[in-house]
Design a protein around this ligand. Sequence first.
Ligand code: PGA
Length: 255
Amino acid sequence: MMRKIIIGNWKMHGHLKSIDKLLSTVRQALFSLDVDAIVCPTFVHLNFVYNKLKHSKLMALGAQDVSAHKEGAYTGEVAADMLKEMGCDYVIIGHSERRQYHHETNEIIGAKVQRALEAKLIPILCIGETKAERDNGKTKKVLETQLTQALQEVNKLLGKNSRLMVAYEPVWAIGAAVSATEEQISEAHAFIRKTLIKILPKQGPNLPILYGGSVKAKNAQSILAVPEVAGALVGGASIVAADFIKICEAAEKVL
Ligand code: PGA
């Protein structure tokens, strides 16, 4: 079985002192764990984290967003090749907080995925339905649209080695009291796999599909044990060293 991928999405949290402590503690624990860990700090902390990590292969670095443009007069934006230059290997794209608060459309998200692949970054494409969409029986339609529109142009950019991941993050489960149930996760992941194979017949069968949405120390093991769950995208629990470590331990236990 493949090692599980555990991604910490730090969102807009952390300052140098707390990040320093968090990384030192987590790194120590990861020495003895069989897991692929990735941390995604804010843009301004990338360099600091890179310097902390560069001598170890224990954690990889990712950004939380990327510009849809290659370069130019786009104040406040960060281009994909700049992220690569700063030591990033991964980038989260289309997180529901970007879709919701920054009005990112599937078209913009698709352009970001392309920019990331061109710069040899591995996109972590986030998709997921809102509560209303689930209640109205629209989950599959929403997931299909998000995937199709974000990935329709990437066929040529994806290498043989499937340099892309999908994170299923139901919006209603993010930062919530409960995560999706194992049954809901299993059903959504199976549908995502089917859709990926339709869009990308060559790479679709192998792209890792992660789950995100209130993954905590106490539910990580049962979520990660769901077949088809290649790993977890963790928000809140990723900035608490003890919790993130427990999630990484759970990832090893299910191997
Ligand atoms: P959460 O966030 O773990 O705090 O629910 C997950 C995410 O937003 O990626």
